[in-house]
Write a protein that binds this ligand. Structure first.
Ligand code: HEM
Ligand code: HEM
Length: 186
């Protein structure tokens, strides 16, 4: 059950797509709910984000144990360097996003719950309806900024990532994408 040049393990493939597709949806919902102030989506975004964090954590542990997959073919040194940079950016950002989200909400006094299951109680302000008393306002503020900036950085890395995957598949015609779809390559 380990990765090789000709075939990636089902764990690597499953974790890549579970985390990847969830992240794409969380970014889309996150930007939409923030821009259009759709507050009903906030608890769903937060709950799904915390559940996905379990898979993100499992994936990081798996990568630490396995190392990065070997390149499917031979490439120029700049291609190696760029793909390494993009993979590191993506995997670090997938950890930073849920952690900063939890710190922003938890320390901002909004509490943390997963589909109604309370993990940390909210601390509402009795004098102002709808306002919270932050547990640590400055750290919650830094976490908020981090969530926004890291989201944008991750999006840029994602565009490079998908362009790279398509270049490998359609221009180089190598097995990089096929391998991530679970197929054996030669
Ligand atoms: C797991 C991956 C996650 C991703 C990829 C993600 C992504 C995003 C993005 C792209 C935004 C829009 C930021 C902006 O344009 O201002 C956003 C907003 C937000 N996210 Fe997340 N998020 C994740 C997890 C979480 C978690 C776990 C929480 C809290 C427990 C959370 C809480 C929030 C909140 C409260 C906002 C709205 C911020 C505002 O009103 O300015 N997120 N998220
Ligand atoms: C349509 C979307 C996506 C496609 C087509 C895609 C495709 C691929 C392919 C073909 C590889 C293998 C690269 C190699 O063998 O060197 C890969 C690896 C990787 N992808 Fe994606 N990907 C997508 C979305 C994402 C997203 C959203 C993330 C994270 C935010 C992500 C993170 C990674 C990482 C960290 C790797 C390195 C190997 C691993 O840890 O599994 N991908 N992707």
């Amino acid at each position: 059950m380990s990765d090789s040049r000709v075939k990636l393990s089902c764990v690597s493939v499953a974790l890549h797509w579970i985390v990847g597709i969830s992240i794409i949806m969380l970014v889309a919902v996150g930007v939409y709910m923030t821009d259009y102030k759709v507050y009903a989506l906030y608890p769903i975004h937060k709950s799904v984000g915390m559940i996905v964090f379990i898979f993100i954590f499992a994936r990081v542990v798996w990568r630490v144990k396995q190392g990065w997959p070997e390149p499917a073919s031979t490439y120029k040194s700049w291609e190696h360097a760029l793909s390494k940079l993009v993979h590191w950016t993506l995997i670090i950002a997938t950890v930073v996003m849920p952690v900063s989200g939890m710190l922003m909400s938890g320390l901002g006094g909004h509490g943390l719950s997963v589909f109604g299951l309370e993990l940390l109680a909210a601390t509402p302000n009795p004098d102002e309806v709808g306002k919270m008393i932050p547990i640590n306002g400055p750290i919650a503020g830094v976490a908020h900024e981090t969530h926004e900036i890291s989201g944008k950085l991750m999006f840029v890395a994602f565009l490079l990532h998908v362009s790279g995957a398509l270049k490998h598949h359609f221009m180089d015609k190598d097995g990089t994408l096929k391998r991530m779809l679970g197929q054996r390559i030669d």
